[in-house]
Design a protein around this ligand. Sequence first.
Ligand code: 5GP
Ligand code: ZN
Length: 111
Amino acid sequence: MSDCIFCKIVAGEIPSNKVAENEHALAFHDINPEQPVHILVVPKRHFTDVADLSLNDTAAVAQLMNFAAQVATENTNGHFRLQFNTGEQAGQTVFHVHGHILSRHAKEASA
Ligand code: 5GP
Ligand code: ZN
Protein backbone atom coordinates (compact mmCIF):
# COMPACT_ATOMS: atom_id res chain seq x y z
CA MET A 1 0.00 0.00 0.00
CA SER A 2 1.60 3.22 -1.15
CA ASP A 3 0.62 5.44 1.78
CA CYS A 4 1.32 2.90 4.54
CA ILE A 5 4.29 3.75 6.79
CA PHE A 6 5.01 0.12 7.68
CA CYS A 7 4.98 -0.89 3.98
CA LYS A 8 7.53 1.92 3.50
CA ILE A 9 9.65 0.57 6.37
CA VAL A 10 9.48 -2.94 4.83
CA ALA A 11 10.55 -1.46 1.47
CA GLY A 12 13.40 0.48 3.11
CA GLU A 13 11.89 3.83 2.06
CA ILE A 14 11.63 4.91 5.71
CA PRO A 15 14.54 3.97 7.99
CA SER A 16 13.99 1.70 10.99
CA ASN A 17 16.11 0.16 13.68
CA LYS A 18 15.88 -3.44 12.48
CA VAL A 19 16.00 -6.33 14.95
CA ALA A 20 15.41 -9.35 12.70
CA GLU A 21 14.05 -10.26 9.30
CA ASN A 22 13.05 -13.33 7.33
CA GLU A 23 11.36 -13.93 3.99
CA HIS A 24 7.92 -13.09 5.35
CA ALA A 25 8.33 -10.69 8.26
CA LEU A 26 10.34 -7.85 9.75
CA ALA A 27 10.99 -6.87 13.38
CA PHE A 28 12.12 -3.36 14.35
CA HIS A 29 12.30 -1.23 17.48
CA ASP A 30 9.26 0.92 18.22
CA ILE A 31 10.10 4.61 17.74
CA ASN A 32 8.39 5.48 21.04
CA PRO A 33 9.10 2.57 23.41
CA GLU A 34 6.72 1.98 26.32
CA GLN A 35 8.92 -0.64 28.00
CA PRO A 36 12.66 -1.43 28.02
CA VAL A 37 11.97 -3.89 25.20
CA HIS A 38 9.42 -2.67 22.65
CA ILE A 39 9.75 -4.35 19.27
CA LEU A 40 7.19 -4.40 16.46
CA VAL A 41 6.76 -7.47 14.25
CA VAL A 42 5.06 -7.04 10.88
CA PRO A 43 4.36 -9.29 7.91
CA LYS A 44 5.96 -7.93 4.76
CA ARG A 45 2.62 -8.17 2.94
CA HIS A 46 0.08 -5.52 3.83
CA PHE A 47 -2.89 -6.53 5.98
CA THR A 48 -4.92 -3.97 7.91
CA ASP A 49 -5.05 -5.74 11.26
CA VAL A 50 -4.90 -9.16 12.88
CA ALA A 51 -8.50 -9.94 11.88
CA ASP A 52 -7.76 -9.16 8.22
CA LEU A 53 -4.59 -11.29 8.42
CA SER A 54 -6.32 -14.25 10.12
CA LEU A 55 -9.30 -14.25 7.80
CA ASN A 56 -7.23 -14.07 4.63
CA ASP A 57 -3.96 -15.93 5.21
CA THR A 58 -3.70 -18.52 7.97
CA ALA A 59 -0.20 -19.52 6.85
CA ALA A 60 0.90 -15.90 7.36
CA VAL A 61 -0.54 -16.00 10.91
CA ALA A 62 1.57 -19.04 11.74
CA GLN A 63 4.65 -17.46 10.18
CA LEU A 64 4.16 -14.21 12.08
CA MET A 65 3.54 -15.93 15.43
CA ASN A 66 6.55 -18.17 14.98
CA PHE A 67 8.73 -15.18 14.06
CA ALA A 68 7.38 -13.08 16.96
CA ALA A 69 8.06 -15.86 19.48
CA GLN A 70 11.59 -16.27 18.15
CA VAL A 71 12.30 -12.50 18.26
CA ALA A 72 10.83 -12.28 21.78
CA THR A 73 12.90 -15.22 23.00
CA GLU A 74 16.06 -13.73 21.54
CA ASN A 75 15.49 -10.23 22.92
CA THR A 76 13.78 -10.63 26.31
CA ASN A 77 14.28 -12.71 29.43
CA GLY A 78 11.34 -14.86 28.28
CA HIS A 79 8.69 -12.76 30.07
CA PHE A 80 6.87 -10.62 27.54
CA ARG A 81 3.54 -9.53 26.11
CA LEU A 82 2.62 -9.92 22.44
CA GLN A 83 -0.12 -7.40 21.72
CA PHE A 84 -2.13 -6.66 18.57
CA ASN A 85 -4.14 -3.46 18.92
CA THR A 86 -7.09 -3.80 16.57
CA GLY A 87 -9.25 -0.84 15.61
CA GLU A 88 -8.98 2.84 16.52
CA GLN A 89 -10.93 2.46 19.76
CA ALA A 90 -8.45 -0.19 20.91
CA GLY A 91 -5.52 2.14 20.25
CA GLN A 92 -4.49 1.07 16.75
CA THR A 93 -2.84 4.01 14.98
CA VAL A 94 -0.98 2.27 12.14
CA PHE A 95 -3.22 0.17 9.93
CA HIS A 96 -0.68 -2.42 8.81
CA VAL A 97 -0.95 -5.37 11.19
CA HIS A 98 1.81 -5.39 13.81
CA GLY A 99 2.44 -7.23 17.04
CA HIS A 100 4.03 -5.32 19.93
CA ILE A 101 6.60 -7.37 21.85
CA LEU A 102 6.77 -5.68 25.26
CA SER A 103 9.01 -6.68 28.13
CA ARG A 104 10.48 -5.12 31.26
CA HIS A 105 13.66 -7.12 30.82
CA ALA A 106 15.98 -7.38 27.87
CA LYS A 107 17.84 -10.63 27.48
CA GLU A 108 21.07 -10.49 29.44
CA ALA A 109 24.14 -10.60 27.27
CA SER A 110 25.82 -13.96 27.60
CA ALA A 111 29.45 -13.92 28.68
P1 5GP B 1 -0.50 0.95 17.37
O1 5GP B 1 -0.86 2.13 18.23
O2 5GP B 1 -1.05 1.08 15.96
O3 5GP B 1 -0.80 -0.38 17.98
O4 5GP B 1 1.08 0.97 17.27
C1 5GP B 1 1.78 1.74 16.38
C2 5GP B 1 3.18 1.83 16.93
O5 5GP B 1 4.05 2.21 15.88
C3 5GP B 1 3.35 2.88 18.04
O6 5GP B 1 3.83 2.24 19.22
C4 5GP B 1 4.35 3.87 17.45
O7 5GP B 1 5.26 4.36 18.41
C5 5GP B 1 5.02 3.08 16.36
N1 5GP B 1 5.46 3.85 15.20
C6 5GP B 1 4.71 4.76 14.51
N2 5GP B 1 5.43 5.25 13.48
C7 5GP B 1 6.64 4.63 13.52
C8 5GP B 1 7.82 4.71 12.71
O8 5GP B 1 7.89 5.46 11.72
N3 5GP B 1 8.87 3.94 13.07
C9 5GP B 1 8.82 3.09 14.14
N4 5GP B 1 9.91 2.37 14.40
N5 5GP B 1 7.73 2.97 14.93
C10 5GP B 1 6.66 3.74 14.61
ZN1 ZN C 1 1.28 -1.66 4.86
